[in-house]
Design a protein around this ligand. Structure first.
Ligand SMILES: CC(C)(COP(=O)(O)OP(=O)(O)OC[C@H]1O[C@@H](n2cnc3c(N)ncnc32)[C@H](O)[C@@H]1OP(=O)(O)O)[C@@H](O)C(=O)NCCC(=O)NCCS
Length: 147
């Protein structure tokens, strides 16, 4: 696998994020973070193709006062490329990008099916199970301390 991950323009990953996370949305529908000035976009690239992505933005943790908190959103690996370690590479680049901005705490709203993936990558469950209203899917909030 010759995958590299790092910061990319939002436009390069918006189609991937929409196809994976909002497959019922029409092509071209903007995804979260596309127009946010303080968002940082991470992409894993295989050749010229973006095969994994996430979005980072400064945001307070809902379950306590955590200085330097950033939220991770839009975590997606292309269908057919999952289980190759691409998600882990994206998370490593995300942690690096947040640390470079003096972030100390990374949290996300994790789909229940992805909780084990986040746990293997250093995240801890931080909330009871809840149903996220936009998707109707069960989630847990999860976090990782970066200090
Ligand atoms: C969750 C996700 C980003 C992980 O990306 P990935 O590139 O497959 O991650 P990795 O290869 O580093 O790790 C794979 C692990 O993720 C888990 N996983 C979750 N869904 C999976 C799927 N559909 N296919 C393969 N692995 C999956 C597996 O437990 C796997 O564990 P293993 O290494 O013990 O086999 C990816 O499965 C995905 O895009 N899922 C659909 C969208 C989603 O649920 N995003 C998270 C929203 S919070």
């Amino acid at each position: 696998m010759t995958i590299t991950a790092g910061e990319i323009d939002a436009a390069r990953s918006t189609d991937l994020r929409r196809e994976v996370l909002r497959p019922h949305w029409a092509p071209g529908t903007p995804m979260h973070g596309d127009d946010l000035a303080d968002a940082v976009h991470i992409g894993a690239v295989d050749g010229d193709t973006v095969v994994g992505a996430c979005v980072l933005q400064p945001a307070p943790y809902p379950h306590g006062d955590e200085p330097g908190a950033w939220q991770l959103r839009g975590m997606a690996t292309a269908e057919g490329r999952r289980g190759e370690g691409i998600g882990a590479v994206v998370l490593d680049a995300a942690v690096e990008a947040v640390r470079a901005r003096d972030g100390q705490f990374l949290w996300c709203k994790a789909r229940e099916v992805a909780v084990a993936f986040y746990e293997r990558n250093g995240f801890t469950v931080g909330s009871p199970r809840y149903v996220e209203p936009q998707t109707g899917l069960p989630h847990h909030d999860m976090y990782r301390r970066l200090a």
